[in-house]
Design a protein around this ligand. Structure first.
Ligand SMILES: C[S@@+](CC[C@H](N)C(=O)[O-])C[C@H]1O[C@@H](n2cnc3c(N)ncnc32)[C@H](O)[C@@H]1O
Length: 159
């Protein structure tokens, strides 16, 4: 098993869902090695497939964890939004731009559960004194869901 002492500070580990691993992670790794990134900078890159909503690494393994524009992807669609008999049914839509409050609440609840899983997993994997940064799309206070770019764009696609 990998241990935090066996890798250098410049070692980089990329991760994505197993289903996306070979299309999302593998091509950048190939282009990194073909441009001789390691020889130029001493940075190595490794890939780990799996969901970031569960443990991916041993305890106290990571010194810096970074997630870019990925934590907006929920682990699953909340069951009630696809249940026609539920007050939270979202009428087949994949966004909640103009949906009922119950739909928004179902997505919010799922997001809170997912974030708890993500933070718990990273809390175990990051060394004491380590750092984490993540970038997620946000909505300024007072701006309705209908005016957020991601929602207006999804509405345009007719989803
Ligand atoms: C919008 S892309 C962002 C890609 C890249 N981080 C960037 O900033 O350009 C979202 C990425 O998150 C990954 N992703 C979504 N849910 C995930 C999960 N539960 N675990 C790991 N990766 C996930 C997707 O496979 C996809 O590669």
């Amino acid at each position: 098993m990998l241990s935090s002492k066996s890798i250098k500070a410049k070692d980089t580990i990329l991760s994505s869902l197993s289903s996306k691993f070979f299309s999302v992670i593998t091509p950048p790794m190939i282009s990194m090695s073909s441009s001789n990134l390691f020889l130029q900078t001493g940075v190595t890159a490794t890939g780990v497939p799996g969901s970031f909503y569960s443990r991916l690494f041993p305890k106290a393994f990571l010194h810096f964890a970074y997630s870019s524009y990925a934590l907006q992807c929920l682990s699953k669609v909340p069951e009630e939004v696809v249940d026609m008999n539920s007050p939270s049914w979202n009428k087949g839509r994949i966004h909640y731009s103009k949906s009922a409050d119950q739909v928004v609440k179902a997505y919010t609840t799922q997001y809170a559960k997912d974030m708890e899983c993500f933070l718990n997993a990273r809390a175990q994997e990051i060394v004491r004194g380590g750092l984490m940064a993540f970038v997620v799309p946000g909505r300024p206070n007072g701006i309705p869901h209908t005016e957020v770019f991601v929602n207006t764009a999804t509405e345009l696609f007719g989803s």
